[in-house]
Design a protein around this ligand. Structure first.
Ligand code: GUN
Ligand code: ZN
Length: 441
């Protein structure tokens, strides 16, 4: 990276304005369904003022608009895209990533619950939250919908670490009052009270948002789900996150626990938890009625391909997802997922789709990891693209990051080929620079 003044009057340089030059790509729509879904400038420019995008476009056309003395940061040859948004990731599972297990329910009992117990100690929670946010940034993820544990202090820790770094982040305290170890249990009343307190403390503070977070139907009593319904009604702009239809054993268990529900998804629907801003992790074992209901409700799916492969959970059905126009987004699901990298997540997503006879393009995957997630979070005018007025959270990807990626990039004749090389071969090594609100971090 080199830095040069745009012209010769640095004494008038505005501290608050800067320009960034490179290959600039962002999405306005889903390239699967629209011709004019994205904008790409081979020699592109972003003009940023006070941390927000003022203009994005071709350098030749925009250069004249750079105010005199503005710092121009030169990333020529590298690709600039909006920061990745991971829509489902468990920060307390950072240290148990890659734990060997035959499947979800065993993995929860053996690794996850004992580790989550440690977060009753606020100092421990703070330490992991700090590492976790740095690890997200190292991987080019500037926003995420994050799971905490059942302990309110764990959500406080993640919010505090995010706030300190000025990150746009969502999290929530896990709600679970049954079918889990005693040491991780809340009650319907305490869970609702803690959630309401966290909501009033953090939701809308700076760049933070709160998610009402029932772990999954098996670990919440009907009484607790009823409190989720009340919270959702009381806070119509709060986010919601949970797991649904991830694993066949889990689906059978839910059918036993909720004999009157039409389906697993229907349990959540009954409690008013399907709406815009709700994120359903996994969503593999759905039927046609579920998919229609998800689409109509405006809720989103967080597709977690590395986790689904690692835990042997199943394959997300992209044909059915598209046929019903589901709001699908991409997520790591660390620690069930095996990488913090959204590029590695794309790699797995492509192969999972392939196993279902579906071809997921790299353009689509970059859209899913940026604009699609921003739209699902109601952040179309905040992050996820370079629309003027958006907050300047963006990343710089280096096509020379490794000898192999350099060789493959040299052969790339199209944007799709270059993005595909990043998605198939890339990980944190490709992330050359990360900007949050226009500042390099
Ligand atoms: N279902 C309930 N809890 C979890 C979790 O922590 N991870 C995954 N992958 N699935 C879950
Ligand atoms: Zn999860």
């Amino acid at each position: 990276m080199t830095t040069t003044p745009a012209n010769a009057s640095p004494s008038h340089a505005s501290q608050a304005t800067r320009a960034v030059r490179g290959r600039v790509l962002h999405f306005q729509r889903d390239p699967q369904f629209h011709e004019d879904a994205y904008q790409y400038w081979e020699d592109g420019l972003l003009i940023i003022r006070d941390g927000r995008i003022v203009a994005a476009g071709d350098h030749g056309r925009l250069a004249a608009e750079i105010p005199a003395g503005t710092e121009v940061i030169d990333h020529r040859g590298k690709l600039i895209v909006p920061g990745f948004i991971d829509t489902h990731v468990h920060f307390p599972q950072t240290d148990i990533i890659a734990s060997p297990s035959p499947g979800l329910l065993h993995w929860l009992e053996t690794y996850t619950f004992p580790e989550e117990r440690r977060f009753e100690d606020p100092d421990y929670a703070r330490g992991v939250a700090g590492f976790f946010t740095e690890e997200l940034l190292r991987n080019g993820t500037t926003s995420a919908v994050v799971w905490s544990t059942v302990h309110a202090a764990s959500a406080d820790a993640l919010f505090a670490e995010s706030h300190q770094r000025n990150l746009r982040m969502v999290t929530g305290k896990v709600l679970m009052d049954r079918n889990c170890p005693e040491f991780l249990r809340d009650t319907a009343e305490s869970g609702a009270r803690d959630s309401a307190e966290l909501l009033s403390r953090w939701h809308g503070k700076g760049r933070l948002g709160y998610a009402i977070t029932p772990r999954f139907a098996p670990t919440s009593s009907e009484a607790q789900l009823a409190t989720c319904a009340e919270l959702a009604r009381a806070y119509p702009d709060a986010y919601i996150q949970t797991h649904v239809a991830e694993n066949r054993d889990e689906v059978r268990w839910v059918a036993e626990l909720f004999p009157h529900a039409r389906s697993y998804l229907d349990v959540y629907d009954h409690y008013g938890l399907l709406r815009p801003g709700a994120f359903y992790g996994h969503a593999i074992y759905l039927d046609q009625d579920d998919r229609r209901r998800l689409a109509d409700s405006g809720a989103a799916v967080a597709h977690c391909p590395t986790s689904n492969l690692f835990l042997g959970s199943g394959f997300y059905d992209f044909h059915q997802s598209d046929a019903n126009r589901l709001n699908v987004t991409l997520a790591t699901d660390v620690g069930g997922g095996t990488s913090f990298s959204m590029l590695r997540t794309m790699n797995a997503a492509h192969k999972v789709a392939r196993m279902g006879g579906y071809y997921l393009t790299a353009l689509r995957m970059f859209y899913l990891a940026t604009r699609a997630a921003a739209d699902a979070l109601g952040w179309s005018e905040r992050v996820g693209s370079f629309t003027p007025g958006c907050e300047a959270d963006f990343i710089v990807l280096d096509p020379q990051a490794t000898p192999l990626i350099a060789r493959r990039s040299a052969r790339s004749e199209t944007l799709e080929e270059q993005l595909f090389a990043f998605a198939m071969l890339g990980d944190d090594r490709v992330i050359d620079q990360v900007y949050v609100m226009g500042e390099a971090v």
